[in-house]
Design a protein around this ligand. Structure first.
Ligand code: BMA
Length: 776
């Protein structure tokens, strides 16, 4: 049996000037310097600029290593991840050089490792490598000025329109010594599907060996042997399993798949994962309207209620299983059933996909390419091939992973941003990766999952990649240039990105920016707004609906409200067109530092009101009022497996309706004034005049309850968009509700919870509880 010696934990970090600080592996230079008190917090004010030098320097990680385990034929030094340009030396002997954060590395150190000896990993600045490759291959166009497309490293490390530029280096994933004898399992790639009432595994078992003895691999499901095979690729059938289903479609049934490598009776190596059996496809048939894009699991099309995922930490080595569980749990609790791992980030860790497997969250995985022309020459080509082969294999077992996607926006922006006409536009730009290299790898190693060339993509070189009539669509025109009602102008087949900005929670903003006074355009607030003309777009978005904000607090309230109204307009419209439009993936779930962005959960982990809105928008059953053919309809959105029957009340009238499972029903509305529609506790409101806002005559009563406060709010007259901001009471306080509109005479309760006792009078503090009339 093989033996592992973990090399995580205490290392030393040496700077170019020779100065040494204590280091922690996995980690990165920034986190080590922060721990050592050598860096100011890069999330505060404009400290990002003050720490920029770190990314330009070279750094060395060092420690002594020795093998303490039993004797073996081979001892390997294994890095699960090196960020990024590294030279690895053991006892002064160079083991190898690396230039790809998305790969793991294994070095045979059997002959070298003899008693304790120094191990060093010397990192060259990723800028140095990127600029060297850029100069050798020619500069290419892209959406951002930083040279991220010349090095295989998390692109958003170099800054994004929601992220700081913090270019890391370090041993970002675990490192260990592995001793083995005779042979080891080098790759196990199970492709698990479900058909004809059985599970099926297309199983590849690959070994590395030092002897020619005949080897067997025993395959077990939940401890029950299903086959014993030789290394190679085998088709296995598994009876008696329940298919894995996404949220809302059944249970995410998981089974333990074990592969035991043996020589005779002796166990040499063992591989084990939780897996599930399901069949996935994307219906991309042509129809009268264009080309469909429907993700199907076990033959059933899924209404995708998605969110885009960016790395949850700008220092991804800080991510823990707990943090993934928290964030993905928050997505699931908002009704989300699909997470798109966006191409400017990373292939996430095993924890991420395991949690998605357990929660029944579908995963759409972009290959890491985003918003730029990428050279197709060496040294990048071999790196792309190696990284793709490794990650397609590494993630194969996860039932949650349903589709591979070639890149984010590169096929589209090539035309839309006229890259071909810019300097370097005549050079290779990555098309061969997305249309040839990556699909060939997926076809060979993972034919169980559909591959898409990019997001957005229309399915053919002949069509405009972002044509709403064909396959996937990114809706950015509206946020960038229009009023959000223009979401209703298109009925795309699938909306893979769209979103609207708002600032983070007040406490998050205040903790990150020390400006006095704090203004929407004071220097610190602007430093934490990275989008091109972001504040201008926020202001132009408010103008048609609200009087200009009279204070920063009013701006903060109104921009959060407008984010909710914009995203609501989009999702309700598109959901009402199911099954023509088969889903939405909101840009974006999360943030990785305190910033004004499109996120629903801010960089400090606080919910923006958008998170609560998503929970309503992505509910299985929802009512919405939509303009149609010059009039209005109530759209009854039923994404549940049972018909939705009941008494639909529209203003004073009631009627019985029956909307089939997984479908949408429409009921015309005859009057065109304010409309209240209700069915089974679901409600939709339509205000003919959205600008007439009057004092609602609120009474507010807070009572202390175990764990916090219950805040009872009663409205004498119509109260629009009542919001309770718990972080204004206490930094760790949370609330259970976002914006609420109360009709005359209605009441509601906001449940505020906190780790300490709260004073009921704290709800009276300015801006804790706000309604629209108070800012108009
Ligand atoms: C798209 C995304 C991201 C970006 C977002 C907002 O381009 O793919 O690159 O952050 O829009 O601008």
């Amino acid at each position: 049996m093989n033996t592992v010696e973990d090399l995580s934990g205490a290392w030393r970090l040496r700077g170019a000037d020779g100065a040494v600080v204590a280091a922690t592996v996995p980690g990165c230079v920034h986190t080590d310097l922060l721990d050592a008190g050598r860096l100011p917090d890069p999330f505060l004010d404009d400290n990002e600029t003050a720490v920029a030098w770190v990314g330009r320097e070279d750094w060395t990680y060092e420690r002594d290593v020795a093998w303490h385990g039993p004797e073996h034929d081979r001892i390997d030094l294994v890095f699960d991840g090196l960020d990024t340009v590294a030279r690895v030396e053991l006892g002064g002997v160079m083991l190898g050089e690396t230039r790809n954060m998305h790969r793991s590395y294994r070095f045979d150190v059997t002959e070298l490792l003899d008693g304790p000896m120094p191990l060093s990993v010397r990192f060259t600045s990723a800028y140095t490598e990127a600029e060297r490759v850029r100069d050798a291959l020619g500069e290419r166009p892209g959406s951002y000025p930083e040279p991220y497309q010349y090095v295989r490293k998390m692109a958003c490390s170099f800054g994004w329109d929601w992220g700081p530029t913090l270019v890391t280096a370090g041993i970002w994933r675990p490192v260990r010594l592995e001793g083995w004898s005779t042979a080891r399992l080098s790759n196990v790639r199970p492709l698990c599907t479900y058909r004809d009432d059985s599970g099926h595994i297309d199983l590849t078992v690959e070994v590395e060996r030092v002897a020619d003895d005949p080897l067997t691999a025993q395959v077990l499901i939940d401890g029950r042997e299903i086959a014993t095979v030789e290394p190679g690729r085998h088709a296995l059938k598994v009876d008696g399993v329940t298919p894995w289903a996404p949220r809302g479609y059944g249970e995410p049934a998981l089974y333990t798949l074990t592969v035991v490598l043996r020589i005779g009776d002796e166990e040499l190596d063992r591989w084990e994962r939780r897996t599930g059996f399901r069949t996935v496809a994307i219906d991309q048939e042509k129809d009268a309207a264009g080309t469909r894009f429907a993700i199907e699991v076990n033959g059933e099309p899924v209404l995708v209620k998605g969110v885009n995922w960016i790395p949850d930490d700008i220092f991804p080595s800080r991510m823990t299983r707990e943090r993934y569980a928290l964030r993905l749990g928050q997505a699931a609790a908002a009704g989300v059933n699909l997470i798109r791992v966006w191409g400017g980030g990373v292939y996430e860790s095993r924890d991420f996909y395991e949690i998605c497997d357990e929660l029944g969250l579908l995963v759409w995985q972009d290959f890491p390419f985003a918003c730029a022309c990428y050279p197709e020459e060496e040294p990048l080509l071999s790196e792309v091939i190696a990284e793709a082969r490794e990650n397609v294999t590494r993630l194969a077992a996860h039932p949650s992973l349903v589709t591979w996607c070639g890149n984010n926006e590169n096929l589209w922006l090539r035309g839309a941003e006229r890259w071909a006409e810019r300097p370097g536009g005549d050079l290779t730009w990555g098309e061969a990766y997305y249309l040839d290299v990556l699909p060939a790898i997926v076809a060979e190693l993972d034919p169980s999952r559909p591959y898409q060339a990019g997001s957005p993509w229309s399915g053919s070189r002949e069509l405009e990649p972002n044509d709403p009539a064909h396959q996937t669509f990114h809706s950015w025109e509206v946020w960038n240039r229009q009023d959000y009602v223009h979401y209703r102008d298109t009925t795309p087949r699938f909306v893979a990105e769209f979103g609207w900005q708002a600032p983070p929670a007040w406490r998050t903003l205040r903790d990150a920016v020390s400006d006095e006074p704090l203004l929407p355009d004071s220097p610190g607030v602007l430093h934490h707004q990275k989008a091109q003309d972001g504040n201008g777009k926020l202001a132009r978005g408010l103008a048609p609906y609200f009087a200009p904000p009279s204070s920063t607090e009013a701006w903060h309230y109104l921009t959060q409200l407008n984010q909710v109204r914009a995203v609501t307009t989009g999702i309700d419209h598109w959901r009402s067109h199911w099954p023509h439009t088969t889903g939405t993936i909101v840009w974006q779930l999360n943030d990785l530092w305190p910033v004004t962005s499109w996120a629903a959960i801010d960089g400090a982990g606080r919910f923006k009101p958008l998170w609560f809105a998503l929970r309503e928008l992505y509910a299985e059953r929802r009512l919405t009022i939509q303009p149609r053919d010059g009039g209005l309809v109530v759209a009854v959105l039923n994404d549940s497996p049972a018909p939705w029957q009941g008494e639909l009340k529209i203003n004073a009238r009631a009627q019985t309706i029956n909307v089939e499972a997984r479908s949408v029903g429409y009921v015309e509305i005859s009057d065109k004034s304010t409309v209240v529609a209700e069915l089974d506790g679901a409600r939709a409101l339509w205000f003919e005049d959205d600008t007439e806002i009057t004092d609602p005559g609120l009474t507010i009563e807070a009572t202390a309850v175990p764990g916090g406060l219950d805040v009872h709010v009663h409205a004498t007259r119509l109260a629009r968009d009542v919001l309770l901001q718990p972080d204004r009471i206490h930094p760790d306080a949370v609330v259970d509700t976002g914006f609420v509109t109360l009709l005359p005479g209605e009441s509601t309760v906001f449940k505020v919870r906190a780790p300490i006792d709260l004073d009921p009078s704290s709800v009276k503090a300015p801006w804790v509880l706000t309604d629209l009339s108070s800012v108009q």
